[in-house]
Design a protein around this ligand. Structure first.
Ligand code: PEP
Length: 244
């Protein structure tokens, strides 16, 4: 089954979130045939969970701390995400890496903590424009996935998100997506060989209802992680329909 996850980032108030969810549920088929997730800001987790989880939509945190509790002002713990109705957590989003100093070492601990609290990690990886221009794309992806040698195997979704395609309206070209996803699959096979885990690889970066059908037709593209277009319930419902 394909997956579509909305990353709302630091957007929407409770009034707007309610309107979004009600409209999405009206537009969605009772059995959409896709795995759907919404990652709201923390203040909206309870509310969104109550609205959408009964309809089979998963709720994701946008980040989570490796420690279960403690003196970490401004952070959120995995058990708190669970308590708020989450079944998964986005980890390693490029905005966290870029603006909040998220490191691979921290992500190793966060993935382990997510598993401990029965949350599905959605690990984001991707190269910057400078890294792509320097021919380092696959090396960067390999490095970002190498933390799986430390975490060991477990349930996981991965999103390939070229940093230069996020929020820019500049989607990666088909050949670039195919190359990256094939490489990621090979790396995942290497790290998870002999285990039961089959990891879906989502694409993220300026996905819209106009571009999604082509992306979904590419090998090893199991769905999308969507920022901007996921703030519009009409567009997100269309993406869900396309994935189904
Ligand atoms: C994202 O933030 O994960 C993302 C893909 O954003 P956008 O769709 O706006 O590029």
């Amino acid at each position: 089954m394909r997956c579509v996850v909305a990353n709302w980032k630091m957007n929407l108030t409770s009034h707007e979130a309610r309107a979004f969810c009600e409209d999405l549920l009206l537009r969605m088929a009772p059995d959409p045939g896709a795995e759907i997730g919404i990652a709201p800001p923390y203040t909206l987790l309870h509310q969104v969970s109550e609205l959408v989880r009964p309809k089979g939509i998963q709720v994701f945190g946008q980040n989570g701390h490796a420690e279960p509790k403690g003196a970490f002002t401004g952070e959120i713990a995995m058990p708190q995400l669970r308590d708020a109705g989450c079944s998964g957590v986005i980890l390693g989003h490029s905005e966290r890496r870029q603006f909040f100093g998220e490191t691979d070492a921290a992500l190793t601990q966060k993935i382990k903590a997510a598993w401990q609290w029965d949350l599905l990690p959605l690990l984001c990886i991707g190269e910057s424009l400078a890294q792509r221009d320097a021919g380092q794309t696959l090396a960067v992806l390999g490095q970002q996935l190498s933390i799986l040698a430390e975490t060991g195997p477990g349930p996981l979704w991965v999103a390939y998100e070229p940093v230069w395609a996020i929020g820019t309206g500049r989607r990666a070209e088909a050949a670039q997506v195919v190359e990256a996803h094939a490489f990621i699959r090979a790396e995942l096979n290497r790290h998870l060989t002999g285990t039961e885990y089959r990891v879906p690889i989502l694409y993220g970066g300026s996905v819209t209802p106009e571009s999604f059908p082509e992306l979904l037709g590419l090998p090893e593209v199991a769905g999308g992680l969507v920022g901007g277009a996921s703030l519009d319930s009409r567009k997100f419902a269309e993406l869900v329909k396309q994935a189904g």
